[in-house]
Each structure stands twice: as C-alpha cells, then as structure tokens.
Design a protein around this ligand. Structure first.
Ligand code: FES
Length: 112
C-alpha cells in the first residue's frame, strides 16, 4: 500500500500507525471501474503474477512514477528491488512499468 504516497510493507504496519494518513491500496487505483494505466499495463504485458507480490509491485511502481514520470530501466529496477518474487522473472514487470509510464504521458494521469 501507499501511505501518504510512499510505499510501505502493509503486513508489517500496525493500522493504528496510519491514523490520519492517506492509505491507497491497489484496489484504490482503479477509478469507477477503469483500471489505472499501471494495472492495465501489468495485465497486458503478462506482468501480473500472484496476489502477494503483484499489488506491491504495482504500488511501488505507482510511487516511482509519481516522483519520476519517465524512469530508466535501471531506476525501475532499483525502485522494485525491495519487492521480491521467487517464482518468475522481472522482465515483464519492468516492461509493464515502462509501458505505463509512456501511457501516462509523463505522469499525467488525466485528471490528477
Ligand atoms: S508470483 Fe508472487 S511471489 Fe512469486
């Protein structure tokens, strides 16, 4: 999840510590049933994996694109370095973030 826009490890964060802060979940990225460009890109690029790692990958990518709308591959890799998946590869994930960044046209999500 994002707490005030920063990715945190939700399973290690007691809920009382987020009192008064904005918490955004992966479900909260969709807008009236319209998936966020990152969600679309993960789906379209076969980057969606299991329910444990994918929300973290997407939310960490959201925080990255909010502060750096046009990240390099190295910057994406660095941002996601704390999100581990032991099951498969990271290439589709990195590609999905690149696609979403391009789709978001420099971070403009069309309304924020
Ligand atoms: S697919 Fe999610 S941890 Fe590997």
């Amino acid at each position: 999840v994002l707490v005030d826009g920063e990715p945190v490890v939700s399973c290690l964060l007691p809920v009382e510590q987020v009192r008064g802060q904005e918490v955004t979940t992966v479900e909260g990225l969709a807008d009236n049933g319209q998936l966020h460009p990152l969600q679309e890109a993960f789906f379209d690029n076969f980057a969606a994996q299991c329910g444990y790692c994918t929300p973290g990958m997407i939310m960490t990518s959201k925080a990255l694109l909010d502060r750096n709308p046009d990240p390099s591959e190295a910057e994406i890799t660095d941002a996601l370095s704390g999100n581990l998946c032991r099951c498969t590869g990271y290439e589709p994930i990195i590609e999905a973030v690149e696609v979403a960044a391009a789709e978001m046209d420099g971070g403009n999500e069309g309304g924020d």
